[in-house]
Design a protein around this ligand. Structure first.
Ligand code: PHE
Length: 478
């Protein structure tokens, strides 16, 4: 057996194409869909925002997704190894992905920990206990200051990720996603139907779908920047996550069909989440709350509280359990980026991959990076540690510096991911050439559709849109 074969089999791969799809859709569907999408849509012109979002998905999302999957499968390596294999000068792009992976998985897992705490809260309440430490619907404001408990749930959530990622691609990530994603879908559908039957729910649909074109006209630039940022984060693009997942795909898989399926599923689930959350807010709480980031952790608590009794607690649990599944299937894909990087490196040197140890070390690093996020009470003031703006002594604190979470998120989602996507599409369009993607898609006889469209998107449309977005984000940063 030659060295290469050993490497390939040690690296692992997806057990089935369905398993890959569930894992990739699982990566895409996360807090970004269930939390970010509904409130951003509500706050940025309703269905006018949706329209911009859909146009961006078609013009940018689709081709970045396809590009990442193709680069991954062609090289059979995670982002760092993949860019290195294509051209050693471009390896830095892979490192950007790994850095992003660490930053995002750290704050994402803090949020995942809070979701886990909410699940526990509802279970305790369901059985007659006080799941909210005597704070009722004001629990979130109280919990933010419970640093020790925040760290505990953050650690449990991270440990859950480690167990899954340690199991490898087929035995860990695929296995978990193949159960979690269909379960999430069924629960979401059930909640939508239940909420739809409640008096007052229709107002939520109106809030969500009423187009506000005047808002769009007056704030076009902001809406495009917000929608694009949301799209990249929601589709897990621009940081090599899909390069990694693509690298475990068999040459028989149809890449183009997969890219379209992942993108459509993510968008549909974001809309479904909106159809569950905003009508629920309209029926059971003050609907104006639907517009802010407090939507998930504050407003939804009021919603289930107002539903009342066992049923409120039960639906609340179901809802947060669904959010937990969505969060885990996303965070494992982030931790996998950090893990693959080292495993690939070790295998290329002829050493054993040591996935289990590597995963644990990566998680410990991410855990340490995430600690500040648990201790600054999201910038609410008087917390255990200062937030970045406070440390810098800024008089007027820009959004990026108002808490550690926003700083990590701003660097990753606001800057590194658009840079990653911009440079990747530019390289595919002008250096590696779109034909490379086409050849990879067609390598086992699958047909490639709409070459001209993808070619123009890679060469011109996506880089230009990404440059505009990046400009908007950097202007926001300072
Ligand atoms: N797409 C995930 C979400 O919507 C987050 C994520 C970003 C996951 C980047 C992987 C990579 O919540």
């Amino acid at each position: 057996m030659d060295n290469k074969q050993v490497t390939k089999s040690e690296r692992g791969g997806w057990g089935s194409h369905f398993g890959f799809l569930m894992a990739a859709i699982g990566s895409a569907v996360g807090l970004g869909n269930i939390w970010g999408f509904p409130y951003k849509m509500g706050a940025n012109g309703g269905s006018a925002f949706l329209l911009v979002y859909l146009v961006l998905v078609v013009l940018c999302g689709m081709c970045v997704m396809l590009g990442e999957l193709a680069i991954g499968r062609k090289t059979g390596l995670g982002p760092v190894g993949a860019y290195k294999a294509l051209c050693a000068k471009h390896t830095w792009l892979g490192y950007i992905g790994v850095l992003c992976g660490f930053l995002i998985v750290s704050f994402y897992s803090v949020l995942g920990g809070i979701v886990l705490r909410y699940c526990v809260g509802y279970i305790v309440s369901m059985f007659g206990g006080d799941g909210w430490a005597g704070q009722g619907t004001g629990f979130f404001g109280y919990f933010l200051y419970q640093g020790g408990e925040m760290i505990l749930y953050f650690a449990i959530f991270m440990a859950l990720n480690v167990v899954i990622v340690m199991g490898g691609i087929k035995g860990g990530i695929e296995k978990f996603s193949t159960i979690a994603m269909p379960a999430l879908f069924v629960m979401l559908l059930g909640i939508i139907v239940y909420i739809l039957c409640q008096p007052g729910a229709l107002e939520g649909y109106k809030f969500m779908f009423t187009p506000d074109f005047t808002y769009l006209k007056d704030n076009f630039f902001t809406v495009v920047t917000r929608a694009a940022g949301q799209m990249f984060f929601s589709l897990s693009l621009g940081m090599g996550c899909m390069i990694g997942y693509g690298s475990y795909l068999s040459k028989k898989s149809n890449l183009q069909k997969s890219a379209v399926t992942i993108v459509i599923s993510d968008t549909v689930i974001a809309l479904m989440a909106g159809c569950a959350v905003l009508p629920a807010v309209a029926a059971f709480a003050d609907q104006s709350y639907g517009k802010g980031p407090g939507l998930l952790f504050s407003t939804m608590l009021t919603v289930f509280d107002n539903m009342g009794g066992f049923l409120g607690n039960f639906i609340g649990f179901l809802f947060f359990f669904l959010v937990l599944l969505a969060a885990v299937t996303s965070s494992i894909s982030l931790l996998e980026v950090c893990t693959t990087f080292v495993v690939d490196k070790r295998l290329s040197k002829g050493k054993p991959g040591n996935r289990k140890i590597v995963t644990t070390i990566a998680a410990v690093i991410a855990f340490v990076i995430g600690i500040p996020v648990t201790l600054d009470a999201l910038g609410s003031g008087n917390a255990a540690i200062m937030f970045p703006g406070e440390i810098l002594g800024l008089e007027k604190v820009p959004m990026f510096f108002d808490c550690w979470l926003d700083l990590y998120d701003g660097i990753a989602e606001g800057i590194l991911m658009p840079v990653g996507a911009l440079v990747m599409t530019f390289l595919i369009g002008w250096v590696y050439k779109t034909k490379m993607v086409k050849d990879e898609c067609e390598c086992e006889g699958n047909k490639f559709f709409a070459f001209k469209f993808f070619d123009i998107c890679f060469k011109v449309v996506t880089p230009i849109i990404m440059a505009i977005v990046l400009y908007g984000q950097i202007a926001d940063f300072f």
